[in-house]
Design a protein around this ligand. Structure first.
Ligand SMILES: C[S@@+](CC[C@H](N)C(=O)[O-])C[C@H]1O[C@@H](n2cnc3c(N)ncnc32)[C@H](O)[C@@H]1O
Length: 356
Protein backbone atom coordinates (compact mmCIF):
# COMPACT_ATOMS: atom_id res chain seq x y z
CA UNK A 1 0.00 0.00 0.00
CA UNK A 2 1.37 3.42 -0.99
CA UNK A 3 1.88 5.90 1.87
CA UNK A 4 -0.65 8.69 2.32
CA UNK A 5 -0.09 12.38 1.81
CA UNK A 6 -1.30 13.58 5.20
CA UNK A 7 -2.33 17.13 6.04
CA UNK A 8 -2.41 18.01 9.72
CA UNK A 9 -4.78 20.95 10.11
CA UNK A 10 -3.80 23.43 12.79
CA UNK A 11 -5.11 26.78 14.04
CA UNK A 12 -3.16 29.57 12.28
CA UNK A 13 -0.34 30.74 14.55
CA UNK A 14 0.32 27.31 16.05
CA UNK A 15 2.09 25.74 13.04
CA UNK A 16 5.65 25.85 14.46
CA UNK A 17 4.58 24.27 17.75
CA UNK A 18 2.62 21.61 15.85
CA UNK A 19 5.78 20.76 13.84
CA UNK A 20 7.62 20.19 17.14
CA UNK A 21 4.97 17.58 18.03
CA UNK A 22 5.53 15.78 14.72
CA UNK A 23 9.29 15.76 15.27
CA UNK A 24 8.82 14.22 18.70
CA UNK A 25 6.90 11.41 17.02
CA UNK A 26 9.80 10.89 14.60
CA UNK A 27 8.21 12.70 11.64
CA UNK A 28 11.01 15.00 10.56
CA UNK A 29 10.17 15.60 6.89
CA UNK A 30 7.19 17.90 6.52
CA UNK A 31 6.05 20.97 4.65
CA UNK A 32 4.64 23.81 6.70
CA UNK A 33 1.65 25.74 5.32
CA UNK A 34 -0.57 28.44 6.81
CA UNK A 35 -3.01 26.50 8.97
CA UNK A 36 -1.50 23.10 8.22
CA UNK A 37 1.51 20.82 7.96
CA UNK A 38 1.82 18.28 5.13
CA UNK A 39 3.82 15.07 5.36
CA UNK A 40 3.92 11.55 3.97
CA UNK A 41 3.19 8.49 6.08
CA UNK A 42 1.57 5.10 6.28
CA UNK A 43 -1.55 4.32 8.31
CA UNK A 44 0.66 3.74 11.36
CA UNK A 45 1.80 7.40 11.18
CA UNK A 46 -1.79 8.57 10.81
CA UNK A 47 -2.80 6.54 13.87
CA UNK A 48 0.20 7.75 15.89
CA UNK A 49 -0.60 11.39 15.11
CA UNK A 50 -4.29 11.08 15.99
CA UNK A 51 -3.48 9.34 19.27
CA UNK A 52 -0.60 11.49 20.47
CA UNK A 53 -0.64 14.96 18.87
CA UNK A 54 -2.24 17.61 21.05
CA UNK A 55 -2.09 20.79 18.96
CA UNK A 56 -3.53 19.64 15.59
CA UNK A 57 -7.28 20.02 14.97
CA UNK A 58 -7.54 17.04 12.60
CA UNK A 59 -5.55 14.92 10.15
CA UNK A 60 -6.81 14.42 6.60
CA UNK A 61 -5.46 12.26 3.80
CA UNK A 62 -5.21 13.42 0.20
CA UNK A 63 -7.30 11.03 -1.93
CA UNK A 64 -6.52 12.61 -5.28
CA UNK A 65 -5.92 15.79 -7.20
CA UNK A 66 -7.15 16.26 -10.80
CA UNK A 67 -8.43 18.79 -13.32
CA UNK A 68 -12.15 18.83 -14.22
CA UNK A 69 -14.03 21.56 -16.08
CA UNK A 70 -17.37 19.78 -16.70
CA UNK A 71 -19.61 17.63 -14.49
CA UNK A 72 -19.18 14.74 -16.90
CA UNK A 73 -15.41 15.00 -16.50
CA UNK A 74 -15.78 15.25 -12.72
CA UNK A 75 -17.92 12.10 -12.65
CA UNK A 76 -15.32 10.22 -14.71
CA UNK A 77 -12.45 11.34 -12.46
CA UNK A 78 -14.39 10.39 -9.32
CA UNK A 79 -14.71 6.91 -10.77
CA UNK A 80 -10.92 6.45 -10.55
CA UNK A 81 -10.81 7.00 -6.80
CA UNK A 82 -10.74 4.14 -4.25
CA UNK A 83 -13.88 5.22 -2.33
CA UNK A 84 -14.69 1.67 -1.31
CA UNK A 85 -11.50 1.58 0.82
CA UNK A 86 -12.94 4.27 3.02
CA UNK A 87 -16.68 4.78 2.75
CA UNK A 88 -18.83 1.79 3.66
CA UNK A 89 -21.89 2.54 5.76
CA UNK A 90 -20.87 5.87 7.27
CA UNK A 91 -22.84 9.08 7.02
CA UNK A 92 -21.05 11.66 4.86
CA UNK A 93 -20.46 15.38 5.41
CA UNK A 94 -19.05 17.54 2.60
CA UNK A 95 -16.94 20.66 2.95
CA UNK A 96 -16.69 22.06 -0.57
CA UNK A 97 -14.93 25.23 -1.63
CA UNK A 98 -14.54 26.36 -5.25
CA UNK A 99 -12.72 29.46 -6.49
CA UNK A 100 -11.69 30.70 -9.96
CA UNK A 101 -13.04 27.50 -11.58
CA UNK A 102 -15.55 26.55 -14.28
CA UNK A 103 -17.33 24.28 -11.79
CA UNK A 104 -18.00 27.02 -9.25
CA UNK A 105 -21.43 25.96 -7.95
CA UNK A 106 -20.61 24.15 -4.69
CA UNK A 107 -24.11 22.67 -4.30
CA UNK A 108 -23.97 21.24 -7.83
CA UNK A 109 -20.55 19.70 -7.06
CA UNK A 110 -22.06 18.18 -3.89
CA UNK A 111 -24.99 16.75 -5.89
CA UNK A 112 -22.55 15.12 -8.36
CA UNK A 113 -20.58 13.60 -5.48
CA UNK A 114 -23.74 12.33 -3.75
CA UNK A 115 -25.07 10.73 -6.94
CA UNK A 116 -21.64 9.19 -7.53
CA UNK A 117 -21.28 7.82 -4.00
CA UNK A 118 -24.81 6.38 -4.00
CA UNK A 119 -23.89 4.50 -7.16
CA UNK A 120 -20.42 3.43 -5.93
CA UNK A 121 -21.64 2.28 -2.49
CA UNK A 122 -24.81 0.68 -3.93
CA UNK A 123 -27.04 2.34 -1.33
CA UNK A 124 -28.29 5.80 -0.48
CA UNK A 125 -25.65 7.58 1.59
CA UNK A 126 -26.95 9.68 4.50
CA UNK A 127 -25.66 13.24 4.15
CA UNK A 128 -25.23 15.27 7.35
CA UNK A 129 -24.31 18.90 8.03
CA UNK A 130 -21.63 18.35 10.68
CA UNK A 131 -18.58 16.09 10.85
CA UNK A 132 -19.18 15.88 14.60
CA UNK A 133 -22.10 13.49 14.12
CA UNK A 134 -21.10 9.98 15.15
CA UNK A 135 -19.97 7.63 12.35
CA UNK A 136 -19.60 10.44 9.85
CA UNK A 137 -16.96 10.63 7.13
CA UNK A 138 -15.95 14.20 6.28
CA UNK A 139 -15.05 14.63 2.60
CA UNK A 140 -13.20 17.87 1.81
CA UNK A 141 -13.25 19.14 -1.78
CA UNK A 142 -11.15 22.16 -2.71
CA UNK A 143 -11.33 23.47 -6.26
CA UNK A 144 -8.96 26.18 -7.48
CA UNK A 145 -8.29 27.07 -11.12
CA UNK A 146 -10.23 23.88 -12.11
CA UNK A 147 -7.90 21.70 -10.02
CA UNK A 148 -9.88 19.46 -7.66
CA UNK A 149 -8.22 18.23 -4.47
CA UNK A 150 -10.23 15.59 -2.62
CA UNK A 151 -9.31 14.76 0.96
CA UNK A 152 -10.81 12.49 3.59
CA UNK A 153 -10.74 13.28 7.27
CA UNK A 154 -9.22 10.60 9.50
CA UNK A 155 -9.97 12.13 12.92
CA UNK A 156 -13.75 12.59 13.19
CA UNK A 157 -14.90 14.98 15.87
CA UNK A 158 -12.45 17.94 16.09
CA UNK A 159 -9.40 16.76 18.03
CA UNK A 160 -9.75 19.49 20.65
CA UNK A 161 -12.76 17.49 21.82
CA UNK A 162 -10.68 15.06 23.81
CA UNK A 163 -13.60 13.12 25.24
CA UNK A 164 -12.58 13.78 28.84
CA UNK A 165 -14.02 17.26 29.41
CA UNK A 166 -17.77 16.61 29.76
CA UNK A 167 -18.49 19.95 31.46
CA UNK A 168 -17.68 23.44 30.20
CA UNK A 169 -17.73 26.90 31.76
CA UNK A 170 -18.05 30.43 30.33
CA UNK A 171 -15.37 31.42 27.78
CA UNK A 172 -13.72 27.99 27.48
CA UNK A 173 -10.37 27.49 25.84
CA UNK A 174 -9.77 24.82 23.20
CA UNK A 175 -7.57 22.00 24.45
CA UNK A 176 -5.44 22.39 21.30
CA UNK A 177 -4.69 26.02 22.25
CA UNK A 178 -4.02 24.99 25.86
CA UNK A 179 -1.51 22.44 24.55
CA UNK A 180 0.26 25.09 22.49
CA UNK A 181 0.47 27.28 25.61
CA UNK A 182 1.91 24.41 27.64
CA UNK A 183 4.49 23.58 24.97
CA UNK A 184 6.00 27.07 25.41
CA UNK A 185 6.76 26.70 29.13
CA UNK A 186 10.12 25.29 30.23
CA UNK A 187 10.55 21.77 31.61
CA UNK A 188 11.00 22.42 35.29
CA UNK A 189 10.23 21.08 38.77
CA UNK A 190 8.33 24.25 39.63
CA UNK A 191 4.61 23.83 40.39
CA UNK A 192 2.30 24.91 37.56
CA UNK A 193 -0.72 26.95 38.55
CA UNK A 194 -3.71 28.40 36.73
CA UNK A 195 -5.28 30.95 39.13
CA UNK A 196 -8.29 31.61 36.83
CA UNK A 197 -8.81 28.07 35.68
CA UNK A 198 -12.49 28.08 34.57
CA UNK A 199 -13.32 24.47 33.62
CA UNK A 200 -9.68 23.42 34.22
CA UNK A 201 -8.73 23.00 30.55
CA UNK A 202 -5.03 23.97 30.86
CA UNK A 203 -4.25 21.90 33.95
CA UNK A 204 -6.21 18.81 32.89
CA UNK A 205 -4.41 18.97 29.54
CA UNK A 206 -1.05 19.17 31.32
CA UNK A 207 -1.96 16.26 33.60
CA UNK A 208 -3.04 14.00 30.71
CA UNK A 209 0.20 14.88 28.89
CA UNK A 210 2.28 14.20 32.01
CA UNK A 211 0.65 10.76 32.26
CA UNK A 212 1.32 10.33 28.50
CA UNK A 213 -2.18 8.98 27.94
CA UNK A 214 -3.10 8.33 24.29
CA UNK A 215 -6.35 9.96 23.15
CA UNK A 216 -7.76 6.56 22.19
CA UNK A 217 -8.45 6.04 25.91
CA UNK A 218 -11.15 8.68 25.66
CA UNK A 219 -12.53 8.86 22.10
CA UNK A 220 -12.86 7.20 18.69
CA UNK A 221 -11.53 8.30 15.30
CA UNK A 222 -13.01 8.24 11.81
CA UNK A 223 -10.25 6.02 10.38
CA UNK A 224 -11.63 3.19 12.55
CA UNK A 225 -14.66 3.06 10.22
CA UNK A 226 -12.64 2.71 7.00
CA UNK A 227 -12.76 -0.69 5.32
CA UNK A 228 -9.00 -0.24 4.94
CA UNK A 229 -8.60 0.26 8.70
CA UNK A 230 -5.64 -1.82 9.91
CA UNK A 231 -6.87 -2.89 13.32
CA UNK A 232 -3.66 -4.80 14.13
CA UNK A 233 -1.54 -1.73 13.41
CA UNK A 234 -3.87 0.34 15.59
CA UNK A 235 -3.53 -2.13 18.46
CA UNK A 236 0.28 -2.18 18.09
CA UNK A 237 0.56 1.61 18.06
CA UNK A 238 -1.82 1.95 21.01
CA UNK A 239 0.03 -0.75 22.99
CA UNK A 240 3.36 0.99 22.28
CA UNK A 241 2.07 4.21 23.84
CA UNK A 242 0.16 2.48 26.65
CA UNK A 243 3.47 0.97 27.80
CA UNK A 244 4.82 4.48 28.21
CA UNK A 245 1.91 5.71 30.39
CA UNK A 246 3.17 7.11 33.69
CA UNK A 247 0.65 6.57 36.48
CA UNK A 248 2.28 8.94 39.00
CA UNK A 249 4.16 11.68 37.16
CA UNK A 250 6.36 13.93 39.30
CA UNK A 251 4.49 17.16 38.75
CA UNK A 252 2.62 19.64 40.95
CA UNK A 253 -0.51 21.13 39.39
CA UNK A 254 -2.82 23.62 41.10
CA UNK A 255 -5.92 25.36 39.88
CA UNK A 256 -8.15 27.99 41.40
CA UNK A 257 -11.01 30.23 40.36
CA UNK A 258 -13.17 32.78 42.14
CA UNK A 259 -16.25 30.94 40.91
CA UNK A 260 -17.34 27.97 43.02
CA UNK A 261 -19.26 26.34 40.17
CA UNK A 262 -16.14 26.39 37.96
CA UNK A 263 -14.17 24.50 40.60
CA UNK A 264 -16.91 21.84 40.80
CA UNK A 265 -16.64 21.55 37.01
CA UNK A 266 -12.84 21.22 37.21
CA UNK A 267 -13.09 18.41 39.74
CA UNK A 268 -15.68 16.56 37.65
CA UNK A 269 -13.61 16.94 34.47
CA UNK A 270 -10.36 15.88 36.19
CA UNK A 271 -12.14 12.79 37.51
CA UNK A 272 -13.41 11.98 34.03
CA UNK A 273 -9.86 12.31 32.61
CA UNK A 274 -8.43 10.09 35.36
CA UNK A 275 -6.12 12.86 36.63
CA UNK A 276 -7.89 14.07 39.79
CA UNK A 277 -5.06 12.50 41.81
CA UNK A 278 -2.47 14.93 40.47
CA UNK A 279 -4.30 18.30 40.42
CA UNK A 280 -5.50 20.34 43.41
CA UNK A 281 -8.39 22.69 42.76
CA UNK A 282 -9.74 25.34 45.14
CA UNK A 283 -12.03 28.37 45.15
CA UNK A 284 -9.79 31.44 45.46
CA UNK A 285 -9.56 35.04 44.28
CA UNK A 286 -6.30 35.70 42.40
CA UNK A 287 -5.82 38.73 44.69
CA UNK A 288 -5.21 36.30 47.57
CA UNK A 289 -1.97 35.08 45.96
CA UNK A 290 -0.38 38.54 45.99
CA UNK A 291 2.64 38.60 48.28
CA UNK A 292 2.50 34.87 49.01
CA UNK A 293 2.92 32.98 45.71
CA UNK A 294 6.58 32.33 44.80
CA UNK A 295 8.57 30.17 42.35
CA UNK A 296 5.52 28.93 40.44
CA UNK A 297 4.85 28.80 36.72
CA UNK A 298 1.55 30.57 36.12
CA UNK A 299 -0.21 29.61 32.87
CA UNK A 300 -3.58 31.20 32.45
CA UNK A 301 -6.30 32.57 30.24
CA UNK A 302 -7.77 35.56 32.12
CA UNK A 303 -11.15 37.06 31.22
CA UNK A 304 -10.95 39.22 28.09
CA UNK A 305 -13.53 41.76 29.18
CA UNK A 306 -15.62 40.68 26.18
CA UNK A 307 -17.20 37.38 27.17
CA UNK A 308 -16.27 37.63 30.86
CA UNK A 309 -15.42 40.96 32.54
CA UNK A 310 -12.07 41.71 34.23
CA UNK A 311 -9.20 43.15 32.15
CA UNK A 312 -7.83 44.62 35.44
CA UNK A 313 -6.75 41.07 36.44
CA UNK A 314 -3.70 41.50 34.19
CA UNK A 315 -2.43 44.01 36.78
CA UNK A 316 -2.52 41.19 39.36
CA UNK A 317 -0.57 38.90 37.00
CA UNK A 318 2.01 41.67 36.52
CA UNK A 319 2.54 41.85 40.30
CA UNK A 320 2.83 38.05 40.54
CA UNK A 321 5.48 38.11 37.78
CA UNK A 322 8.09 39.56 40.17
CA UNK A 323 8.39 36.19 42.00
CA UNK A 324 6.89 33.75 39.47
CA UNK A 325 7.07 33.01 35.75
CA UNK A 326 3.82 34.28 34.23
CA UNK A 327 2.43 33.15 30.87
CA UNK A 328 -1.00 34.33 29.75
CA UNK A 329 -3.27 34.43 26.69
CA UNK A 330 -5.09 37.70 26.05
CA UNK A 331 -6.21 40.02 23.23
CA UNK A 332 -4.26 42.95 24.75
CA UNK A 333 -0.49 43.11 24.43
CA UNK A 334 1.24 43.55 27.77
CA UNK A 335 3.71 46.45 27.97
CA UNK A 336 6.52 44.10 29.07
CA UNK A 337 5.21 40.92 27.48
CA UNK A 338 7.17 38.77 25.03
CA UNK A 339 4.67 37.34 22.55
CA UNK A 340 5.23 33.61 22.02
CA UNK A 341 2.41 33.14 19.52
CA UNK A 342 -0.67 34.89 18.18
CA UNK A 343 -3.78 32.90 17.27
CA UNK A 344 -7.57 33.05 17.52
CA UNK A 345 -9.80 32.08 20.40
CA UNK A 346 -13.18 31.90 18.69
CA UNK A 347 -13.50 35.17 16.76
CA UNK A 348 -10.97 36.98 18.97
CA UNK A 349 -7.27 37.43 18.08
CA UNK A 350 -5.19 36.57 21.14
CA UNK A 351 -1.51 36.79 22.05
CA UNK A 352 0.24 34.29 24.28
CA UNK A 353 2.76 36.26 26.30
CA UNK A 354 5.40 35.84 28.95
CA UNK A 355 5.68 38.80 31.30
CA UNK A 356 9.29 40.00 31.60
C1 LIG B 1 -11.57 33.06 30.32
S1 LIG B 1 -12.08 32.20 31.74
C2 LIG B 1 -10.94 30.88 31.86
C3 LIG B 1 -11.37 29.75 31.00
C4 LIG B 1 -10.54 28.52 31.21
N1 LIG B 1 -9.21 28.66 30.66
C5 LIG B 1 -11.28 27.33 30.59
O1 LIG B 1 -10.83 26.81 29.60
O2 LIG B 1 -12.36 26.99 31.06
C6 LIG B 1 -11.56 33.24 33.05
C7 LIG B 1 -11.86 32.73 34.42
O3 LIG B 1 -11.37 33.70 35.37
C8 LIG B 1 -12.18 33.61 36.51
N2 LIG B 1 -11.99 34.83 37.34
C9 LIG B 1 -12.48 36.07 37.13
N3 LIG B 1 -12.07 36.90 38.12
C10 LIG B 1 -11.29 36.18 38.97
C11 LIG B 1 -10.58 36.47 40.16
N4 LIG B 1 -10.58 37.69 40.69
N5 LIG B 1 -9.88 35.47 40.75
C12 LIG B 1 -9.88 34.22 40.24
N6 LIG B 1 -10.56 33.89 39.11
C13 LIG B 1 -11.25 34.85 38.47
C14 LIG B 1 -13.58 33.46 35.95
O4 LIG B 1 -14.46 32.90 36.93
C15 LIG B 1 -13.34 32.56 34.75
O5 LIG B 1 -13.57 31.21 35.10
Amino acid sequence: MKPYIILGIVQPGLEDLACQELEQLGITKYFKLKGGVEFVGHQSALIKCNLMCRIFSRFVIRLDSFIATTFRELDAKLNNLPWNYYIVNQKVCFHINSVSSKLYHEKAIAMTLIAFLNKACKHEIEIVGSPDEPDTQLVIVNVKNNQFTISLDSSGIHLHKRGYMPWREKAPLRETTASAMLRCIPDSDKPIIDPMCGAGTILIEKAVQAKKQPLSLFRDFTFQNWSLFQEDTFKQVEAFFMEKVIENPRIVLKGSDIDEKSIKTCKFNAESAGVSDIIDFEVKDIADYLGTLKRHIIVTNPPYGVRVKGVHLIGKLTKLASKNEVYFLHPLKHRTGDTLFTTNNGAITVHYQKIR
